[in-house]
Design a binder for this molecule. Structure first.
Ligand code: HEC
Ligand code: HEC
Ligand code: HEC
Length: 134
């Protein structure tokens, strides 16, 4: 009798321990629409700020865009975080701020949009569509 009670408690404790991580690390939700992206601090912006709506980008996985943590381990760091796309002068390369959004690869805004242009003719690829003129 005593022994089976002990076993029950052990099994219960184990189940709790296994379930714990589910509560400790809740899946993060994408932020509401209307996020506005601007040139990083210290860089002089030549173009108007860009709107980005997560609700229009559910086809891609979170990790497709949020593909690297910043130095502090933040999974949803700013694109221009230190060690990420923090080169404000280069137009090409992994660290280039500009290429992160305009490069010819499926992860960049313009790169992905170009591949979808045929299926979605209104997808923004022209400068003014993302950087509206004042
Ligand atoms: C699909 C959206 C999109 C399109 C199309 C687009 N950009 Fe951008 N651009 C961005 C994003 C996002 C940023 C980063 C936020 C910011 O700096 O405003 C950016 C930043 C920039 C920057 C660096 C910041 C600044 O203000 O100087 C330049 C320069 C720029 N874009 C030029 C262009 C030019 C030129 C075109 C057309 C050939 C273009 N962009 C088309 C999304 C776009
Ligand atoms: C198509 C690319 C893309 C996808 C897919 C995407 N995001 Fe984002 N997300 C962004 C961009 C761009 C930003 C703004 C980064 C910046 O300002 O430098 C952002 C910002 C965020 C932020 C920070 C918001 C803030 O206000 O600081 C969170 C949290 C986030 N995303 C969560 C998610 C989650 C969760 C998913 C999946 C359900 C997701 N994202 C999918 C591109 C994406
Ligand atoms: C992996 C592919 C992919 C990437 C990367 C991507 N987009 Fe898009 N984007 C799409 C698709 C697909 C649509 C069309 C959605 C629809 O019509 O429902 C879209 C639509 C849009 C629109 C028009 C709809 C709206 O919200 O007004 C804007 C603006 C936009 N994207 C901005 C951006 C910016 C800025 C980035 C980079 C920070 C980006 N996108 C990265 C696939 C992508």
């Amino acid at each position: 009798m005593k022994r089976s009670l002990f076993m029950t408690l052990m099994v219960g404790a184990l189940a709790c321990a296994l379930a714990l991580p589910l509560y400790a690390a809740p899946a993060k939700k994408a932020p509401a629409d209307g996020l506005v992206m601007t040139a990083p601090e210290g860089a002089k912006a030549t173009k108007s700020p860009v709107k980005f709506n997560h609700s229009k980008h559910t086809e891609a996985k979170c990790a497709d865009c949020h593909h690297k943590k910043d130095a502090k381990g933040n999974e949803y760091a700013k694109c221009d975080a230190k060690g990420c796309h923090d080169n404000l002068t280069a137009k090409q390369g992994k660290d280039s701020f500009y290429a992160a959004f305009h490069g010819n690869n499926a992860k960049s805004c313009v790169g992905c949009h170009k591949t979808k242009k045929e299926a979605k003719p209104n997808i923004p690829t022209a400068c003014d569509k993302c950087h509206p003129k004042a």
